[in-house]
Ligand binder design. Structure first.
Ligand code: 5GP
Length: 114
């Protein structure tokens, strides 16, 4: 069982900000921006490159949830904004083998990312 599956099962505490049947959103324990959330599927897909055709609805759902949470936080408006990040594998910086979308906001993001 991955760390994030344990958070879904409430075996490990997390600051959960949104939940539905297919997704969970909680605060990152080591935030890289004033707002740093992790949007995860409840289905244990290890990483985006290992998602299957059948996962298309959940992949889309994660982005819709990101937009909804961002809207709820008031960071969708003009003059504000946010960044979504998905890390895959060692070079991508992935540390937890359970698909997650990082939502970062509350500061000016830089490009290119590190
Ligand atoms: P990755 O590097 O795999 O893209 O991102 C994993 C993220 O999970 C990191 O940003 C890290 O801070 C976060 N994280 C690791 N362990 C925990 C934990 O126990 N609780 C929470 N809330 N976040 C965690």
């Amino acid at each position: 069982m991955t760390l994030f599956e344990k958070i879904i099962a409430r075996e490990i505490p997390a600051d959960i900000v949104y939940e539905d049947d297919d997704a969970l959103v909680f605060k990152d324990i080591n935030p890289q921006a004033p707002t740093h959330l992790l949007i995860i599927p409840k289905k244990p897909i290890p990483r985006v490159g290992e998602a299957e055709e059948e996962d298309q609805p959940i992949l889309g759902h994660l982005l819709l949830v990101a937009g909804k949470v961002a809207d709820d936080l008031g960071i969708c408006s003009t003059g504000s904004g946010f960044r979504l990040v998905v890390n895959h594998g060692a070079d991508g910086g992935e540390a937890v083998p359970h698909l997650h979308v990082h939502l970062l906001a509350g500061r000016q993001m830089q490009w290119p990312p590190g």
